[in-house]
Design a protein around this ligand. Structure first.
Ligand SMILES: [Zn+2]
Length: 490
């Protein structure tokens, strides 16, 4: 993008100011985005998957609008949870972390998440973490005690500016756990002194490992600079994690950490917040075994990203039916266009109207429900043209259909859906339903062949009887120009 000043205005809700603001990147046309990634001690659950999908769409949309986005999402590969999990399985903590990084990346592919530009691990940035802790010690906002190093919250007057919590209330609610060496209850660990059997690194104040919060301050600085444009994560990270990141980075460097803070809402499962600690978990992997990744994305994007979203089997099934409808429409449009290059041209109205509406919604703090309504409008128009072509001029209808079809690509790309060849996606879904229902595929195909033979022999009674028999199995037929297609009814 050369004319960066002409990039469209995207407004973003900033948790720091509690307002929607126009996105004004530090460097025009470029956006640095840091998102807190997974702690790799177990499989990623669908609550986290929602958060990562939200920021995936933020990246895709900003790129669609012409911004150059640097997207950093970390892996927490040293942590109490990892050490505890490794103790249970008898693995080395780093081996366990490696295994769950692999698992996360497989699941991320299943969900169609873009690879971040950088996906650093804590164990790769130990020198940067040490330097940041040293800077905080030098400035007297951190202290070493009993092998640990703590951030002294009372030395940082701006503490709690993101969460806007009351410090006295926080102090009253905070307890010092046995084994910690804090001076004050709100102080938090930057470095944890070495314990037997735990991973540890050398440091001037003693061997040990980083506390959780410091890694994101060190990594965002390393890959995006001391001040960058957007910091994202789940709502549950506002306090204390993001608050502590701000305290560490801003106390060390005396400049703002992130200009905009974005937070994705919770996924509700049977009215309980979805988090691993509640034991109330659906693994992303299990969800992906049930439904297609695109259906899961559509479900996540059906609600405003800042709001709670209720996860139910029905809502997932509905989302998959919706994706199926999209692909069936595309399949019919492609059949009608017959693989010919049709020069797009409008029959009436503006075929780009739905893309314009889509962008207007997305410009407004990534309003995906509005964007999906625009996408549905486009599919409604294509179906209308397929079912009730308004004029006898076939060429005009074809050109309009081609013009509308061309809008699907950019919208689908932003949402991370509808990128598969329609027939391939529909067959994948059909195969999964055949497996899930225990249907006999050979028998279905034999019946379809028998019906084709009966029709050829003009034995329509037999052909109809076979169609009814298949319907009883839940199999629906559609006779198209390229033969008979079948699907398993949802
Ligand atoms: Zn973080």
């Amino acid at each position: 993008m050369s004319a960066t000043h002409s990039l469209p205005a995207v407004s973003v809700y900033n948790t720091l100011t509690r307002r929607k603001e126009p996105l004004e990147p530090l460097r025009p046309g470029e956006v640095g985005l840091y998102v807190c990634g997974p702690t790799v001690y177990s499989w990623v659950h669908i609550g986290n998957a929602r958060t990562f999908t939200v920021f995936d769409v933020v990246v895709r949309y900003l790129r669609h609008r012409g911004y150059r986005v640097s997207y950093v999402r970390n892996y927490t590969d040293v942590d109490d949870k990892i050490i505890n999990a490794a103790r249970e399985t008898g693995e080395d903590p780093s081996a366990l972390a490696d295994r769950f990084v692999q698992a996360f990346e497989e699941d991320a592919r299943g969900l169609g998440l873009l690879q971040p530009d950088v996906a650093p691990r804590v164990t790769e940035v130990i020198p940067e973490i040490r330097a940041l802790i040293q800077a905080l010690l030098d400035q007297g906002v951190a202290y070493a005690a009993g092998g640990d190093v703590y951030f002294q919250v009372s030395r940082w007057p701006e503490y709690a500016k993101l969460s806007r919590r009351n410090l006295d209330d926080l102090r009253a609610g905070e307890r010092v756990t046995p084994g910690e060496h804090k001076r004050e209850p709100l102080d938090f660990a930057l470095w944890k002194g070495e314990k037997p059997g735990e991973p540890a690194w050398d440091a001037p104040w003693g061997r040990g490992r980083p506390g959780w919060h410091i890694e994101c301050s060190a990594m965002s600085e390393k890959f995006l600079g001391r001040t960058f444009d957007i910091h994202g994560g789940g709502l549950d990270l506002i306090f204390p994690h993001h608050e502590n990141e701000i305290a560490q980075s801003e106390a060390a460097h005396h400049q703002q950490l992130a200009r905009v803070w974005m937070h994705a809402g919770f996924l509700e499962l049977e009215n309980a917040k979805m988090s691993k600690s509640l034991g109330n978990v659906v693994r992303l992997r299990d969800a992906l075994a049930k439904v297609d990744g695109e259906a899961l994305r559509l479900f996540f994007l059906s609600s405003n990203y800042r709001k709670e979203l209720a996860f139910t089997d029905e809502s997932l099934a509905d989302a998959e039916k919706r994706v199926e409808y999209f692909y069936e429409t595309l399949q019919r449009v492609d059949e009608r266009l017959g693989g010919r290059e049709v020069r797009p041209g409008p029959l009436h109205g503006d075929p780009g109207a739905s893309l314009t509406a889509f962008e207007a919604s997305m410009d407004d703090d990534f309003n995906t429900p509005g964007a999906l309504a625009a996408l549905s409008m486009l599919f409604g128009e294509m179906n209308e043209l397929l079912d009730h072509p308004p004029v006898p001029d076939r060429a005009m209808v074809m050109r309009t259909l081609a013009a509308l079809r061309a809008q699907v690509g950019p919208m689908g790309e932003v949402l991370g859906i509808l990128g598969s060849p329609p027939t391939a996606w529909l067959e994948r879904r059909r195969d999964r339903l055949v497996r899930q229902r225990g249907l006999d595929r050979d028998r279905i195909e034999a019946l379809i062949a028998e019906r084709a033979a009966a029709r050829k022999a003009k034995d329509f009674a037999r052909a109809d009887a076979i169609r009814d028999e298949l319907l009883c199995l839940g199999v629906e037929l559609r006779d198209g120009p390229s033969g008979t297609l079948w699907k398993v009814r949802s």
